[in-house]
Design a binder for this molecule. Structure first.
Ligand code: DQA
Length: 178
């Protein structure tokens, strides 16, 4: 699993590898006081930049994470990002967000259309979820029109490319700040 995160914590697992601290937004029960957003990138998104660029753009996952980190700084929140090609790893990481994160921004990739278990994990956290897709899934194959995540998300951004992540983060933070 590839992970970038904003702050080293005692609770971190061996799969979390990189950290930095951002911001000072007030959040109950949080030592740093900042809202914390878990960013989840699903399968094959590690290939961004090389993978079907006509659909998914030329930006790499590192570019997207760097942009989210910059956006988080402006918003005075912390973001932690995780990517995995493995459903169980993603579920483990989402479960770990309970009690640690305030919201989840997720591009579930192909698991969008197949994983009830991923959806169940998101619901179990009780956290607000924003679903992101780089491509417009409604303008593609019919099987991409079914998302197990959309019905439990507070919102969905699809088809706006990499900038959709930033929009999603802004919307999530706005919702959390009431
Ligand atoms: C995707 C859309 C999914 O249908 C696809 O399986 C992906 C990427 C997107 O960002 O557009 O892997 O989530």
């Amino acid at each position: 699993m590839t992970v970038t995160k904003d702050r080293a914590r005692e609770t971190q697992t061996k799969s979390r590898t990189k950290s930095q601290t951002i911001g000072s937004q007030t959040s109950a029960g949080r030592a740093s006081g900042a809202l914390r957003i878990l960013v989840v990138h699903g399968p094959n998104l590690n290939l961004l930049g090389k993978r079907e660029p006509e659909l998914y753009g030329s930006q790499t996952l590192a570019d997207i994470d760097a942009d989210l980190t910059a956006a988080a700084k402006e918003l005075c929140v912390e973001v932690e990002s995780v990517q995995s090609n493995h459903e169980g790893e993603l579920i483990d990481r989402i479960q770990e967000a309970m009690g640690h994160a305030d919201g989840i921004l997720i591009n579930p990739g192909g698991f969008t259309h197949s994983s009830i278990a991923l959806r169940d994990a998101l619901v179990a956290t009780g956290l607000p979820v924003v679903e992101i897709h780089l491509s417009n899934v409604y303008a593609r194959e019919s099987f991409r029109r079914l998302s197990y995540v959309s019905p439990i998300a507070i919102g969905v951004i699809s088809g706006l490319g990499a900038q959709g992540y930033r929009f999603g983060l802004e919307a999530l933070v706005k919702r959390l700040n009431g």
